[in-house]
Design a protein around this ligand. Structure first.
Ligand code: ADP
Length: 496
C-alpha cells in the first residue's frame, strides 16, 4: 500500500513539476495527507486561472445587451447594481488569475469561489429584476441568464469543482425566495424551469470535473510510466557499459596471462623435445622417452590454446592488426585443405573442393584467411564420422564478393546450441559428450576475423544431417582487372 501511495505521490509531484517548475514544487508541503490532491489542485487552479479572460469576455458579451435593454425601459435598480457586482467579481477574478501562485492554494481557491459567488449574486439580481414591484420578472431574464451563464461556465469554470455552483446558487436562492415570498408574482412554471436548468448544469459541471480529474490521473500515470522507462533505459545503458568494460578487462587479462604463459611453455617444449630426441644421451628407462613425447604434445596443445586465447583477446580488445595484401582466396583455401588432407584421410573422411576458376584476387590478411579456413576445416573433420564427406566451395557471392563454404555430413548442431557455440569458450553438447579436443574458441575467432574484414559469417545446421558454415568477404575487397595495377590502399584499422 505504502509503495503504491509513494508512487502516486511521485506521479503527482511530477505533474506539478511539469506545470510549475521545481521551485514551486520544492515549496510545497509533502506528506501523505497532501499527496495527489495538491498536485492536481495546483494544475486545476492553473487551468481555471488561464480560462478567466475568456470567461470574462463571455459574461461581458451577455451583460451588454441587458444593459442596453434596461437603458430604454423604466429604471430598474437591480440591473445596474447587479452589473456592478458582476463587474467587481470579474475584475477581482482577473487580477487573481495573474497572482494566484502568491497565495496559499486553499486561499486562492476560496478567493476564486468568492468572486464567482459575487458574479452569481449580480446575475441573480438581474434575473429577478421586474419592471414594477408587483409584476413578475422578465421571463427572458429568468431563463436566459441561468442558461447562458451555465453554458459559458461549463466550458471555462469546470476546472474548479463548485465554481459553477457558486455562480448559479445565488440565482437558485433568488428563484426560491421569489417563489416563497411572492407566490402570486412568480410565474411558477418559468421559475421551475430555471431551477431545473440550474440543477442540470450543476450535474454536468460535476461530471466534467470528474472527467478532468480522470484525465489528469491518466496523464500522471503516463508520465510516471515514461519516467520508469527512462530509468530502466538508463540502467540498461549503465549495465551495458559495465559489461563492455568487464569484457575489455577480461580480454586484457587473458592477453597478459597468455603472454606470460608462453615463456615457460617454450622452455617445456624445448627441453621435452631434447629429451624425446635423447640428444644428451639415451634414457635408461624406455618409458621416459614416451613421457617426454607426451609432455611435448601436451605442451604444443597448450600453446595452440594460448595462441587462440591471445588471438581472440586481441580481436575483442581491438588490438588485432590486419596485414592486408593482395592474395587469392582459392589458393589459401587449397593450401589449408592440402594441409589437413592427411588428417581427414586418417579419420576416413572424404574432402572435396570446388573452386570458381575465374575468381579475381582480393585484398585481405592471408594469415587470417588461413586461420579461418583451418578452423572451419578442422571442425568439420573433427565432428564428421568415418565415411562422411566434407565439401569446400570457393566462389563469387551474389553481391560481388567472394565466399568460402565448408559443408559436412556430420551430426549437426541443435538449433538452441548455435548461440552458445558462437560465444567464447562455448562448446556443443556433442563435443562434450564425445570428449573431442577443443577450447570453444575456433568459431568466435573466425567470426571476429571475418568481421574485421567487413565480411559476413553464417552457420546452417540440421541435427543428423550436417553443418554448413559460410563466410563472405565484401565486394570492395575484390580486385578487378582494371584495378590490378593500382596501388593497394586499404583501411588497416582494427575493428572493435
Ligand atoms: P572447438 O575448438 O571446441 O571446436 P569451436 O568454436 O570451433 O571450438 O566450436 C565450438 C563448438 O561448435 C564445438 O565444440 C562443436 O560442438 C560445435 N561445432 C563446430 N563445428 C561443428 C561441425 N562442423 N559439426 C558439428 N559441431 C560443430
Amino acid at each position: 500500500m505504502i509503495p503504491e501511495l509513494n508512487r502516486l505521490m511521485a506521479q503527482s509531484r511530477r505533474v506539478t513539476q511539469l506545470a510549475f517548475g521545481m521551485d514551486r514544487v520544492a515549496a510545497m508541503p509533502s506528506g501523505l495527507a497532501n499527496w495527489t490532491a495538491r498536485g492536481f489542485d495546483d494544475e486545476l487552479l492553473m487551468t481555471f486561472a488561464r480560462a478567466r479572460p475568456k470567461a470574462i469576455l463571455l459574461q461581458l458579451l451577455m451583460l451588454m445587451p441587458i444593459l442596453g435593454i434596461s437603458a430604454f425601459s423604466p429604471p430598474l435598480l437591480p440591473i445596474p447594481f447587479g452589473a456592478f457586482l458582476i463587474g467587481l467579481g470579474l475584475a477581482a477574478s482577473l487580477i487573481l488569475a495573474d497572482h494566484w501562485p502568491k497565495f496559499r492554494q486553499l486561499t486562492a481557491k476560496l478567493l476564486f469561489l468568492g468572486f464567482e459567488a459575487l458574479q452569481g449574486t449580480g446575475w441573480a439580481l438581474i434575473s429577478q429584476a421586474s419592471p414594477a414591484p408587483d409584476t413578475i420578472p422578465d421571463i427572458a431574464f429568468l431563463v436566459f441568464i441561468p442558461v447562458a451563464l451555465g453554458g459559458s461556465s461549463l466550458v471555462f469554470s469546470s476546472a474548479i469543482r463548485g465554481a459553477l455552483g457558486f455562480q448559479l446558487l445565488p440565482i437558485l436562492i433568488g428563484d426560491l425566495i421569489l417563489m416563497s415570498l411572492f407566490p402570486e408574482r412568480a410565474a411558477t412554471d418559468t421559475v421551475y424551469l430555471s431551477i431545473v436548468l440550474i440543477g442540470f448544469f450543476l450535474y454536468l459541471a460535476g461530471r466534467i470535473s470528474e472527467t478532468t480529474l480522470d484525465h489528469l490521473t491518466i496523464r500522471a500515470e503516463k508520465d510516471a510510466l515514461i519516467a520508469d522507462l527512462e530509468q530502466a533505459k538508463a540502467h540498461s545503458d549503465e549495465a551495458r557499459r559495465r559489461a563492455e568494460e568487464l569484457n575489455l578487462a577480461k580480454s586484457r587479462f587473458l592477453a597478459t596471462m597468455s603472454h606470460e604463459l608462453r615463456t615457460p611453455l617454450n622452455a617445456i617444449l624445448g627441453f621435452s623435445e631434447v629429451m624425446e630426441a635423447e640428444l644428451l644421451g639415451r634414457h635408461r628407462v624406455k618409458a621416459y622417452r614416451a613421457y617426454a613425447r607426451d609432455i611435448h604434445e601436451s605442451g604444443q596443445m597448450l600453446l595452440g590454446i594460448i595462441d587462440e586465447v591471445l588471438d581472440l583477446s586481441r580481436i575483442e580488445a581491438g588490438r588485432y592488426e590486419l596485414e592486408e595484401q593482395k592474395c587469392h582466396l582459392a589458393d589459401s583455401v587449397s593450401e589449408c585443405a592440402h594441409l589437413l588432407q592427411l588428417r581427414a584421410h586418417s579419420r576416413g573422411v572424404i574432402m572435396m573442393m570446388t573452386v570458381d576458376p575465374e575468381l579475381e584476387a582480393i585484398v585481405a590478411d592471408e594469415r587470417a584467411l588461413r586461420q579461418i579456413t583451418l578452423n572451419l576445416l578442422s571442425n568439420a573433420i573433427k565432428f564428421t564420422p568415418a565415411g562422411g564427406e566434407i565439401s569446400i566451395v570457393v566462389g563469387r557471392s551474389p553481391m560481388g564478393g567472394q565466399f568460402i563454404q565448408v559443408t559436412d555430413t556430420g551430426p549437426g548442431i541443435p538449433a538452441h546450441e548455435i548461440p552458445i557455440i558462437l560465444e567464447s569458450f562455448g562448446r556443443g553438447s556433442l563435443a562434450v559428450k564425445t570428449a573431442e579436443q577443443g577450447s570453444g574458441l575456433g568459431l568466435p575467432i573466425v567470426r571476429g576475423l571475418v568481421a574485421m574484414h567487413g565480411g559476413e559469417f553464417s552457420i546452417q545446421s540440421r541435427e543428423g544431417e550436417g553443418t554448413s558454415v559460410t563466410i563472405t568477404l565484401p565486394a570492395h575487397r575484390v580486385i578487378h582487372y582494371s584495378d590490378e595495377h593500382a596501388p593497394i590502399e586499404m583501411d588497416n584499422r582494427v575493428a572493435a
